[in-house]
Design a protein around this ligand. Structure first.
Ligand code: UN1
Length: 509
């Protein structure tokens, strides 16, 4: 396979990457196979790293940070610009690997690399805009301002569903901010991470740097836990389930470290009485079926006005019938496999729970016979108060809920412990503004006539409540990767105190 060669992937790969000079030890005990969800065949293997390897990665990163933090931010940006160029050159190969290892469409795999490229471009610009404010001091001949300094080592833990883009959101911003980054990718998609590390290493060594980006693939949860407990890592950015995110938050905040959490979502679209279904139907289909429902932004719940419900379901079923399920690499396929056999079991289990809860199957519901993990995208009608709705499913099951009054639609939208993405399809200005008002959607993302998934990198990405509250990628998300320092300078000849305090001392001896 030519693309694997281009990306430097071997049959058995080291599970630890740091300073290029470092000789990897490995545990030598077991291999971690990377399995393609298309056919459950092994693509290549990884030798997970040892405790000693991990220690070496941390030591190298600490050392690299001493140099990197002093490199002027725009020069750090220039290195990220070159990484963006290298990603452009490798877009096709990396997009293919993402598609094979994670199972998303080739089109989406390429799109994910594009998201990294966009993020690199964004980070280059941001490297010249790490602005601090100046304030007017209340004291004469004083000046106040705030400046932003780098933090140190940033730990990034990513999930299988966006095996590279989410790392780029964090890593490129962290790097232009003067930090060094250590990545623990999902054990389900280690090859994607190794490929990205190889691409970055080439650019970094050409520029005379090493240890800015490192990657380690631990053999077990013990070493992964060690990573989040490690006081040498001031910031951990975690993407994954609420359950594990809560654990990460507790461990890191116990040692007073910082976290950025991007956890589960249970995203809804309100289809208002005035909605244009020509917009709503493709947006819902892409949101619910795209990436086989394995985005944290995937559409899980439709809240439709009762008068439109049957028409909408009819049109969705018509659209779903056109969804070609199969090899994600093949042109024309619109839905690939679920990540593993465990996810197929989850799909079956949820469908059983739905039936027991009185839900009615309107489309799909079957596991397809094949070597891969293919299931049908599924539409279910269910009562808006069903407890089934409280769980993030991470499979392509879409719930249809109906409402009568608009206030009810807003209430259903917010009736979830998660708060990532939300959308309304409407042409009613009053309803749109209600949805966007403080009493409207309580999610981190609130879209109008745009679906719940496919956010652009330019905005700050993240959500509220059980989604964890973190923000990544664009806008001013960079601030989370830096420490703020407030400075007061006295350029006068006297020492006035703030709050008008007199502290009289006789300084003459
Ligand atoms: C995720 O699923 O963890 O908004 C991230 C989107 C993508 C990112 C999803 N840009 O759907």
């Amino acid at each position: 396979m030519e693309f694997l060669k281009k990306l430097g992937i071997q049959e058995v790969n080291p599970g630890c990457y740091s300073n290029q000079d470092y000789i990897f030890q490995g545990t030598g005990r077991h291999r971690l196979d990377s399995i393609s969800p298309r056919d459950n065949q092994v693509i290549a293997a990884v030798l997970p790293c040892s405790e000693a390897d991990y220690e070496q990665v941390i030591c190298n990163a600490k050392e690299s940070f001493q140099t990197w933090r002093k490199v002027p931010a725009p020069k750090r940006g220039e290195v990220i610009r070159q990484i963006g160029e290298a990603l452009r050159e490798n877009k096709d190969a990396l997009g293919t690997l993402i598609s094979i290892e994670m199972g998303k469409l080739k089109e989406e795999g390429d799109g994910e690399v594009q998201e990294m490229i966009d993020m690199a471009d964004f980070a280059v610009g941001q490297s010249r805009m790490l602005y601090g404010k100046t304030m007017h001091s209340e004291r004469e001949n004083h000046r106040m301002y705030e400046q932003w300094h780098s933090l140190g080592i940033v730990g990034v833990i990513t999930a299988f569903n966006f095996p590279v883009a989410v790392w780029a959101w964090n890593a490129f911003i962290a790097a232009i901010a003067g930090n060094v980054v250590i990545w623990k990718p999902s054990e389900k998609t280690p090859l994607c991470a190794i490929a990205v590390q190889n691409i970055c290493d080439q650019v970094l060594s050409r520029n005379g740097y090493s240890g800015i980006f490192s990657t380690f693939i631990p053999p077990n949860k013990t070493l992964a836990d060690h990573f989040i407990q490690d006081i040498r890592i001031p910031l951990i950015s975690f993407t994954g389930s609420t359950k594990i995110g809560r654990h990460v938050a507790q461990v890191v905040s116990k040692r007073l470290g910082k976290t950025i959490l991007e956890l589960s979502g249970n995203n809804a679209i309100i289809v208002d009485k005035s909605a244009d279904l020509n917009l709503a139907v493709p947006a819902i289909t892409f949101g619910a079926v795209g990436t086989a429902g394995q985005r944290c932004t995937s559409t899980r719940r439709i809240i439709v006005h009762q008068e439109l419900k049957e028409e909408l379901i009819g049109r969705l079923v018509h659209a779903y019938r056109q969804v070609v399920i199969g090899d994600p690499l093949e042109t024309g396929t619109l839905m690939g496999p679920l990540i593993d056999e465990g996810a197929v079991k989850t799909y079956k289990r949820i469908l059983k729970t739905i039936t027991a809860a009185g839900g009615s199957l309107r489309y799909g519901g079957k596991v397809l016979k094949s070597n891969g993990n293919f299931v049908e995208p599924t539409i279910v009608g269910i009562h808006k108060d069903s407890p089934v709705l409280q769980k993030e499913t991470f499979v392509p099951i879409l719930y249809i809920l109906e409402y009568e009054h608009f206030e009810e639609a807003l209430q259903i939208n917010n009736n979830s412990s998660h708060g990532l993405s939300s959308a309304i399809f409407s042409n009613d200005l009053n309803h749109i503004e209600q949805f966007l008002s403080v009493a409207g959607s309580d999610c981190g993302l609130a879209n109008v006539n745009v679906g719940t998934s496919g956010a652009e990198i330019g905005g700050a990405f993240g959500g509220e409540k059980d989604t964890g509250g973190g923000r990544e990628a664009g806008s001013d998300a960079w601030k989370a990767y830096m420490r703020r320092q407030t400075t007061t300078i006295n350029w006068g000849k006297s020492l006035p105190l703030s709050q008008g305090i007199n502290f009289n001392l006789n300084l003459k001896a």
